[in-house]
Design a binder for this molecule. Structure first.
Ligand code: NAP
Ligand code: HSE
Length: 428
């Protein structure tokens, strides 16, 4: 009989249980497809007494994931605990040190320690796979490293955090504010243990850093991702964007230019009739552009037990078949350190200001924008009951650096309360 591929699974939460269920339910199919049995030999989680809704008695139990990672009867260490340090990192390192391949869904771990882990793995002849870490059930890493391997990638874009897309699309559909929908996400179990990872754009920023690395052959550089969360988006922004034919999305964009590597994960206005503009609820979408293929659009569930476990199984099946692709699609030692682009390509921007309602206030705003070289395309002032009026401005194309200068100057005019909200209008 062919040698089985033996899995040790650390983490039996949403994703871990999903993986156990598929391995049990689809044993015959997995063997047919990979040519060898795929079996679980040992599992680990914190609480050995918890009922997880799936039979675990046939597997050895390890309370310490590092011990699980070192077991002789494990070929592939499946890390599904989460966190960029602590148990996840220690156990992954232990697995690599004892000759195991690793499959993980942990974007934080790889965005921060991916370069070092990939170098360690490749020096030892081991493989790290992480399809489930980016855009849940969408096989985006497989698409980049395999199907699109013949392309020079020119741009990668996408909506990669389902929670943020759920909040933004529900704000528009229901007229509820950000806070009410944030609380709804908590009740529905959508939020990460630290919700700022979702709404602060960090989770999606981790994912973008990983895709950038594969797409552009660069060392993963999460610290270079320009991040902005969705916490300051108001219903007025969503309504005004809709009036102009746009939707607001937490959009990731990565592209390489002579200025360096641009990576941003920020709320942007995108055309409402574009595939990204039409994306509803917790669904994710990744758009990949390459010199030969032109454009590929991938859409699917970005989270949840089934979709995420589906991606983990894709990696496990590749290992069972003997497919061994370098972590970031090329040897980790050949990844380049590409400097971060200091300023993005010019684009129109949407600006919302709280303007004091007094004579000459608007003229001061127009003057400061003009002095910074920022030209106004459209402007609207909404009705208001307080001493400040919401003023919404769409600029002609300018750079983010020009806009930053204007915003800094606006703060000194004495007629603008608080920090303006500035959102890039992305041309797709
Ligand atoms: P989860 O439901 O919170 O489960 C985490 C599991 O890890 C739990 O079983 C927990 O044990 C175990 N664990 C945590 N620390 C441990 C430790 N020190 N030692 C042993 N076990 C430990 O998390 P999840 O949603 O399944 O996510 C797992 C990973 O997948 C994360 O990296 C996450 O970012 C990633 N991911 C998740 C999704 C998703 O939709 N949920 C999607 C894409 C990627 P106990 O159960 O005993 O507490
Ligand atoms: N918190 C993530 C999201 C889960 O909302 O998309 C999957 O990474």
């Amino acid at each position: 009989m062919t040698k089985p591929l033996r899995l040790g699974i650390a983490g039996l939460g949403t994703v871990g249980v999903g993986v156990v269920k598929i391995v049990r339910r689809q044993a015959e199919m997995l063997e047919m497809r990979t040519g060898r049995p795929v079996v679980i030999t040992a599992v680990s989680a914190r609480d050995a007494t918890k009922d997880r809704g799936v039979a675990l008695s046939g597997y050895a139990w390890e309370s310490d994931p590092v011990a699980l990672a070192k077991r002789d009867d494990v070929d592939v260490f499946v890390e599904l605990m989460g966190g960029h340090d602590g148990a996840a990192k220690d156990a992954t390192e232990a697995a690599l040190a004892t000759g195991k391949d690793v499959v993980t869904a942990n974007k934080a771990l790889l965005a921060i320690h991916g370069q070092a882990l990939a170098e360690t793995a490749e020096a030892a002849g081991q493989v790290i796979r992480f399809e489930a870490a980016v855009a849940g059930g969408i096989p985006v890493i497989k698409s980049l490293t395999e199907g699109l391997a013949g392309n020079e990638i020119t741009r990668v874009m996408g909506v990669m955090n389902g929670t943020c897309n759920y909040i933004l699309t529900r704000m528009e559909a229901t007229g509820q504010g950000y806070n009410a929908l944030f609380e709804e996400c908590g009740r529905l179990g959508y939020l990460e243990a630290d919700p700022n990872l979702d709404v602060g754009g960090i989770d999606a920023g981790h994912k973008l850093a990983l895709l950038s690395s594969i797409a552009f052959g660069s060392k993963p550089a999460f610290d270079d991702v320009q991040l902005q969360g969705i916490q300051r988006i108001e219903l007025d922004d969503i309504r005004h964007a809709a009036d102009m034919g746009y939707r607001i999305k937490l959009l990731g964009v990565a592209q390489r230019s002579p200025r360096g590597l641009e990576q941003r994960m920020t709320p942007c206005l995108v055309p409402a009739n574009s595939p990204l503009g039409q994306l509803e609820g917790g669904t994710n979408m990744v758009v990949i552009e390459g010199d030969a293929v032109e454009q590929v659009v991938l859409r699917g569930p970005g989270a949840g037990e089934g979709p995420t476990a589906s991606a983990v199984l894709g990696d496990i099946c590749d290992l069972a078949r003997g497919l061994r692709i370098a972590t970031f699609g090329q040897p980790a030692t050949t990844l380049q350190e590409i400097p971060a682009a200091q300023t993005g390509l010019p684009a129109p921007y949407y600006l919302r200001l709280a303007l004091q309602d007094k004579p000459g206030a608007l003229a001061k705003v127009a003057a400061e924008l003009g002095d910074a070289g920022v030209s106004i395309d459209r402007m609207r002032q909404y009705g208001h009951a307080e001493s400040t009026a919401p003023v919404l401005i769409v600029t002609h194309k300018c750079t983010s650096a020009m806009l930053d200068i204007a915003i800094e100057a606006l703060a000194k005019t004495g007629v603008v309360d608080g920090d303006p909200v500035a959102l890039r209008i992305e041309e797709l």
